[in-house]
Design a protein around this ligand. Structure first.
Ligand code: ADP
Ligand code: MG
Length: 185
């Protein structure tokens, strides 16, 4: 069982990396007006057939002999539905995949948000050659982080070089904290 919502970020975005995505987008939205938290993962990776999408989200009811049981998406689905939310997967083979999860913001079973900045930071330093677009929308205030912009600014220094990665970590942490005064859980 995942303890925090942010624990899903690494896992689901890592699926995009495994799918060969060049650009992986992770969007986090907190809306008190809608009483919802929304995670959107979008990639330009290899995509999934309709059949694979079905087998991925129903791992215990589908006969599977050709691939191992993964739990990233089923866990995300379980967490979403347990908080009155939903999981939606849109995918086109050869084009990419969009995974959208919603969580009931004030639902009693909603896990805390956790460390979104830390999850984003890990993705960048573990995949320094990949591009990421991150947004965090907190009640309409939006923070955007685009590795393509950072890369262009620091080239040819790689994003996992010590000073650059330290700057990225600090930037992600302080910008997210600034959005909600550091007191949103
Ligand atoms: N973004 C994606 N693009 C292409 N295929 C994906 C994507 N996300 C998931 N998949 C497919 O769905 C499977 C299940 O994913 P997941 O539930 O995270 O378990 P695991 O990653 O452990 O296999 C993956 O093995 C992969 O075949
Ligand atoms: Mg996975």
């Amino acid at each position: 069982m995942m303890r925090e919502l942010s624990d899903n970020i690494m896992d689901i975005a890592q699926n995009s990396i495994s799918a060969g995505a060049a650009l992986t987008e992770v969007h986090v939205k907190v809306s008190h007006a809608d009483n919802l938290i929304t995670f959107v993962f979008q990639d330009d990776g290899c995509g999934m057939s309709e059949e694979l999408v079905q087998s991925v989200i129903e791992p215990f009811t589908t006969t599977r002999k050709t691939r191992k049981v993964g739990l990233g998406l089923p866990l995300l689905k379980q967490t979403a539905e347990m908080t009155g939310g939903t999981l939606d997967i849109r995918s086109t083979v050869g084009v990419g995949t969009t995974v959208t999860a919603t969580f009931g913001l004030d639902h009693i079973d909603r896990p805390p948000m956790g460390d979104v900045a830390g999850a984003w930071f890990s993705l960048v330093v573990m995949n320094p050659e990949k591009e990421f677009l991150f947004t965090y929308d907190y009640d309409g205030q939006v923070f955007t982080f685009d590795t393509r912009e950072v890369r262009a600014a620091v080239a040819p220094i790689p994003l996992n070089q010590m000073e650059i990665s330290a700057w990225i970590q600090e930037c992600l942490q302080s910008e997210i904290n600034e959005l909600h005064g550091g007191n949103f859980t």
